[in-house]
Design a protein around this ligand. Structure first.
Ligand code: C5P
Ligand code: C5P
Ligand code: ZN
Length: 462
């Protein structure tokens, strides 16, 4: 951690030399919270900044910002994979990111990988930016946003809780009275949905008879003697008492075991959840998991300004717009998952894939790929294709077990994409790319061979 703090201090003193700063960030929950942390802490330090979001950093966008001649460009939650493209330009740049770095190292660069930590679970873009913010001033309250970004990037999914540096940061937030970490059901909607709906929409793991089954969920609660309503009001998870919650959890675990779901998936059912104490109870913003989904529902649909405003503190118009977008987002995810179920997944030796064409938005196809994992052969990474306006979006997801066996998707996707004239990168467990139209088959063939080599070389080392 000390090496990171030292780098954070160097980046902060560089930033303080300038005024007119452009923050460039990524269009997901982690990118939004990173940008918000940067923007708020710069403002508190008396430095003005403008925020822009991109789906992906590319040459065209870099050309554009080079022309706009800002004093300094601060890249958050992206940039580390594009250092060679940034370096040769007339740009003062600081990169604060957690993706696997590529190319010659830029001078002012804060990234866990540079000091030997894995950016897929140790630090998100938001928690890395939080480290920067603590060197810009007294910004300890921004820990809330740091945790929302980390949860949004699923950095707590491996163990069912935040680990490593993320954990140190989160626990500091607990000690300072901003966050409460509790062991609870790790389902979406505990703050906001009727319990039966929360159960119905659960997808990780998929529980037969519960997931997607309204009647099944109502029946399940009735059989346990748990009232669905209090007067006219549907009861939410937060309205239940401890013994009711315990009954539901043990019955869910029993159901999952009976239906043969494997132990590591069942373990994900209950874990650590993060309550943001400054947010009102019963709102999406109170729970880091719900907050991050709400943010994804904005930025991934072109409404990044709405998400950013919520992070910065707008609780009126932006929040109601985001709630509307959230309903659409959840429908799109459910439709996407159904499409995968109906059309099926093709298998190759070392990977499996589906092509969504235009039926799943390229900005959420990665989430759908991740949600499909429990439906698939978990021994192989899943690759998803979706049509972009120009070219094909590739999203790839693996499991922790595959990473242990030697799979590194950031590396594999980057190489396979480059070989067919595309660009890509990311993390060992989740990566993405854009490739030219019509190159999907060749890309798959090349990726299949690269993955085989990764597995063999790890096998040989063991
Ligand atoms: O670009 P960024 O780093 O913010 O995105 C990380 C992506 O990796 C997220 O879409 C997240 O869902 C995915 N991920 C995952 N499993 C993990 C860690 C991250 O699918 N264990
Ligand atoms: O878009 P998707 O959610 O599949 O992205 C997975 C991971 O790969 C993210 O961390 C994203 O930032 C990264 N990625 C990348 N280059 C791309 C596309 C995605 O580094 N061209
Ligand atoms: Zn991120």
């Amino acid at each position: 951690m000390e090496d990171l703090i030292k780098r954070a201090r160097q980046c902060a003193s560089e930033i303080k030399k300038y005024d007119d700063i452009l923050i460039v960030s990524h269009i997901d929950a982690d990118g939004l919270t990173s940008a918000a942390i940067a923007h708020i802490s710069l403002e508190r330090a008396g430095i003005s900044s403008k925020v822009c979001f991109v789906k992906q950093l590319d040459k065209t966008y870099l050309n554009k910002i080079e022309e706009e001649s800002y004093d300094l460009v601060l890249f958050t939650d992206l940039g580390s994979g594009m250092q060679d493209e940034i370096l040769g330009r007339d740009l003062n740049a600081v990169i604060v990111d957690h993706h696997v770095p590529r190319g010659d190292n830029i001078r002012f660069h804060l990234n866990p990988h540079l000091v030997g930590f894995d950016g897929s679970d140790q630090l998100s873009g938001s928690s890395t930016t939080y480290l920067l913010s603590t060197q810009l001033g007294m910004n300890y309250d921004l820990v809330n946003l740091a945790v929302v970004g980390a949860v949004g990037d699923l950095q707590d999914s491996k163990k069912g809780r935040l680990v490593g540096l993320n954990r140190e940061i989160m626990l500091e937030g607990v000690r300072n009275g901003f966050i409460d970490n509790q062991i609870d059901l790790r389902m979406f909607g505990k703050q906001t949905r009727p319990v039966y709906r929360m159960l119905q929409y659960s997808s990780d793991p998929i529980i037969p008879g519960i997931t997607g089954r309204e009647e099944g969920c109502i029946e399940f609660l009735r059989n346990l003697g748990i009232p669905l309503k209090e007067g006219e009001k549907w009861r939410r998870w937060i309205d239940l008492d401890f013994s009711e919650k315990r009954k539901i959890v043990s019955e869910l675990v029993k159901l999952a075991i009976e239906s043969g779901i494997n132990a590591s998936l069942i373990n994900r059912l209950v874990g650590e959840v993060y309550i943001l104490l400054s947010e009102p109870e019963g709102t999406e913003l109170r729970d880091a998991m719900e907050f991050s989904t709400l943010l994804n529902a904005t930025a991934r649909y072109g409404y990044e300004e709405v998400g950013l405003k919520i992070c910065i503190g707008d609780r009126d118009r932006s929040l109601s717009t985001a709630r509307r977008l959230l309903a659409e987002h959840r429908k799109n995810l459910a439709d996407g998952l159904n499409l995968v179920k109906e059309n099926g997944i093709e298998e190759m030796e070392n990977l499996q894939y589906f092509h969504a064409g235009k039926k799943i938005r390229e900005t959420i196809v990665g989430i759908v790929a991740g949600m499909s994992i429990p439906l698939t052969n978990t021994e192989k990474p899943i690759i998803a294709f979706a049509k972009k306006d120009e070219g094909i979006k590739v999203s790839a997801r693996a499991t922790q077990n595959l990473v242990r066996k030697g799979i590194n998707l950031a590396e594999a996707i980057n190489r396979a994409a480059k070989e067919v004239g595309g660009v890509g990168g990311g993390h060992n467990i989740a990566a993405g790319a854009t490739i030219p139209d019509g190159k999907e088959e060749e890309f798959l063939q090349r990726l299949n061979r690269i993955l085989e080599k990764q597995l063999k070389s790890k096998g040989a080392r063991l």
